[in-house]
Design a protein around this ligand. Structure first.
Ligand code: ATP
Length: 350
């Protein structure tokens, strides 16, 4: 069992708070992704789990052991970084074998374990090569195999795909997902890339300035962002956000008027996703009055960017949509697809 518990964990440097009261149980075998913009405290959180950084406050438990005072090597975690950290003088076989030697695993077990780990990441044919003779993707797979070979209780991965080109990122991402499933190891994965987070995670933790904003499955976070920060961070494109006021169930903002909302009167931010809005049909009253800014072909549909309420808004439309740039276009959004947030605090209110 390798459940990880972070009990009100904080990290401070002087008066600066890098991570603020992080409180979460990561279940055994769960794939948890820490997601947020640069500097939000994801890496620091992971480094505290690894033991590379002391927690200023709070307790960290791995399995049934409190690990705050344990050295990194005694925590039974394996880390994979964006820089691969391979030994240039050792070939692939010896690089993968290295942790077994350090940990004094009986020699007789080495060969089988190295071969099994390298087969899992499809490196069987490269065992004799030095790191310099490998592509970036192959080097990252050596780093993965070196983590796998140890059979740790926990994998910690810090942006392991960020040095790979777009295509390799997608294939290596799929491989990591598959491996974590096969190996059934609790994994904490750090990224600032929300697509990576949504495709890999069992649960995502969205962070901002050291503070957890939301914890949930990718679907929960996509469908019900807890605040405007999460709404504006998750999704490609992110949720459209427009300020306005609700009076008697009617949202009124610049260029927008949507009635039939079940929401108290007050200043709010309206959120809706590109795929939830549609072009107003003939004779249908438009709720959003916009002007076309650009059209991008997605393949099976088009993404319209329009100007409304002084901002750019994304709307998905059928690929046979036709209009000229600058032309007025009206849209509708079903009330059940409207997300409402308190304008001041940004917290979800409806
Ligand atoms: P990135 O995606 O850029 O790696 P991150 O979310 O992983 O960002 P962290 O590396 O955890 O962010 O850093 C969180 C905050 O703590 C940042 O504002 C950073 O400047 C600060 N920080 C990190 N290490 C130290 C340190 N040793 N002393 C002071 N501040 C630090």
């Amino acid at each position: 069992m390798a459940k990880i518990e972070l009990r009100n964990v904080s990290k401070r440097w002087g008066s600066f708070i890098g991570v603020d009261s992080f409180d979460l149980t990561i279940e055994d075998r769960e794939f948890l992704v820490l997601l947020g913009p640069s500097g939000c405290g994801k890496t620091t959180t992971m480094r505290m789990i690894a033991g590379l950084e002391d927690a200023t406050e709070g307790e960290i438990w791995i399995g049934d052991r409190k690990v705050n005072d344990l050295d990194p090597k005694d925590r039974d975690v394996a880390m994979v970084f964006q820089s691969y950290g391979l030994y240039p003088n050792l070939n692939v076989y010896e690089n993968i074998r290295f942790p077994l030697r350090v940990r004094k695993v009986p020699e007789g077990e080495h060969d089988e374990r190295v071969r099994r780990a390298s087969a899992m990441v499809e490196l069987d044919d490269f065992l004799h090569r030095k790191p310099a003779e490998l592509s970036g993707g192959q080097r990252q797979r050596v780093a993965l195999a070196r983590a796998i070979v140890r059979r740790p209780a926990v994998f910690l991965m810090d942006e392991p795909l960020s040095n790979l080109d777009a295509k390799l990122r997608v294939s290596t991402r799929a491989q990591i997902k598959n491996l974590s499933h096969e190996l059934k190891v609790t994994t904490v994965y750090v990224t600032h890339d929300q697509i990576e987070a949504m495709t890999l995670a069992d649960r995502v933790v969205v962070m901002k300035k050291g503070v957890v904003q939301q914890v949930g499955t990718p679907t929960e976070i996509y469908d019900n962002p807890a605040n405007t920060f999460v709404a504006g961070f998750i999704g490609s494109p992110a949720m459209n956000l427009m300020d306005g006021t609700v009076t008697g169930g009617v949202f009124q903002g610049r260029d927008v008027r949507i009635g039939g909302l079940d929401h108290a009167d007050g200043d709010v931010t309206l959120g809706f996703r590109a795929e939830d809005a549609s072009v107003a049909g003939p004779g249908e009253e438009a709720q959003i009055a916009a002007k076309l800014y650009t059209i991008e072909l997605l393949g099976d549909a088009v993404m319209l960017t329009v100007r409304a309420g002084g901002a750019l808004v994304s709307v998905k439309a059928p690929k046979d949509f036709r209009a000229e740039i600058g032309e007025p276009v009206g849209f509708v959004v079903p009330t059940e697809c409207c997300h409402l947030y308190d304008r001041k605090s940004g917290e979800r209110t409806g």
